[in-house]
Design a protein. Sequence first.
Length: 557
Amino acid sequence: MKANERVLEQILHSGDQYVIPLFQRYYKWTKDNWDRLWSDIYELLEEGGKRRHFLGSVVCVADNHQPGMVPRYMVIDGQQRIVTLSILLSALRDAAKSAGQSDLAAEIEDNFLLHRHKKKLERYKVVPRQRDRQSYLDLLDRKPVSEKTNITEAYRFFAGKLTDVGKNGRLEDLFKLVSNGVMLVVITLDAGENPFAIFKSLNSTGQKLTEADLIRNQVFMQVELVDQDSFEEDHWHPIEQAFEKTDTAGAIDITEFFRDYLMRDGRYVREDATFVAFEAEMETLRWAPADLCAELLTFARHYNVVRGREKATAPEIEAALTKLRQLNVSTTYPLVLTLLRRHQLGQLTVGDVVRCLEALSGFILRRFICNESSRGYSRWFPAACKELGNAPLSNLVTFLKGKGWPDDGRFATAMLHYALYTSKYNRAVLESLEMSIQRSEPVNLGNCTIEHVMPQTINDDLDGHEWKAALGSDWKRVHDMWLHTIGNLTLVGYDYNILMKNKPYPVKKCELVGKSKVYLNEHFESVDEWDETQISERGGQLASRLVPIWAGPDSFQ
């Protein structure tokens, strides 16, 4: 290993090329980083270049050099610095050309950016990772760049800063300062050293990489350098692409996917131990890199179904998943991922998957209504994966029973008195009731809001006095006890909710029955008054109706 202090001119004004290997992360610097660098450089300019600015280190290892080819070095650490400085020089070259300083522009391009007489990638002194590469190369080749990336934004940032420098006639001064006043320590490793192992060691000393970064690096370590570009394009990029933002769905942190994928076999994996678990699995299973990526891509597609970014192929499974997604319990993902994969392999029928998902939804909702803790879910649901065996449904039911799955009687009683409106599952419960009784003309529930039949506020105005009279002398107790319970809640269109407000029951009844198209509101047609008895009776009826909708252990006898 050799370590030498070098100014930027000594690094880039040479016949060498600096390549960002694929196990590195993409270009991540943003405005805060550019602003800090620019402030440091501009301060030197104001001081007249009397001192140098130390920017940090660049660690590189020589790639296999062949006669007649540009000597190439892989940048193991420091890519953000060297790529940013190259972008700054590109912006400086263009500013010089626009200012009529063609000699300065040519000096920057010929000595710091390009190997003018080389072809293809050998032309460029710095070569970023593949998905950063095109926008960077277009900048150096002065081609129009429309795509918004960190690299193009960095260029725009520096181009904007250089406008004032150009007006003051100091572009050449700035170039001399950047080329001779910015210093780095260049650490060159011996040829033959494992670049990934060194990179991982550097990361352990404080460089911040995500668990997904480390996993990607581990995979690419198994791929020959000459094959890494094609491997990235053909095998790895489709996995990352599966979780990118789309027109209809937000991006997914790929680390979340890796963690849930690793828990599919029943073990619990801490978030900060995702890479360690992945590394151990690779050592155990000995996947070939391409086969591993094929496996990961298969599960990535299942994962998008689990998360609702794509629909399941079977409508019955999609309906059951939609119901489960309403509960928003991410700890179920490893188990659901396992169910979908086993269905794909022909080990579970559509009906089996649906029943397992129904059991899972019922378990979660019932425990929530019965005030049971969800603290154990992060370990329970992965553990359930290895309990499925050859009889997945019955084994899952047995597992969930052992964790405390409220029976029908306990659930119905708890639901009757539960303050549903103030809970996170109010819409999930009410919409499930409405969907269970909808007939030929389904209602668009997306346009509905939750309505309190007995209003949330009973004032001392005329409407309030009518409500007090209807509820009786103990109206305050009745209001406090039953206000947010299921018996007093229904669904209405948003406009009707605004109109009804605190109106007395006879007025609300006309709106609910005569104008609302929600099937739940047919109940009020035969109810002429609204008091504690009516709220309790309706609550009991709806709670009983919910028993088969949100399945309990009694449903799987």
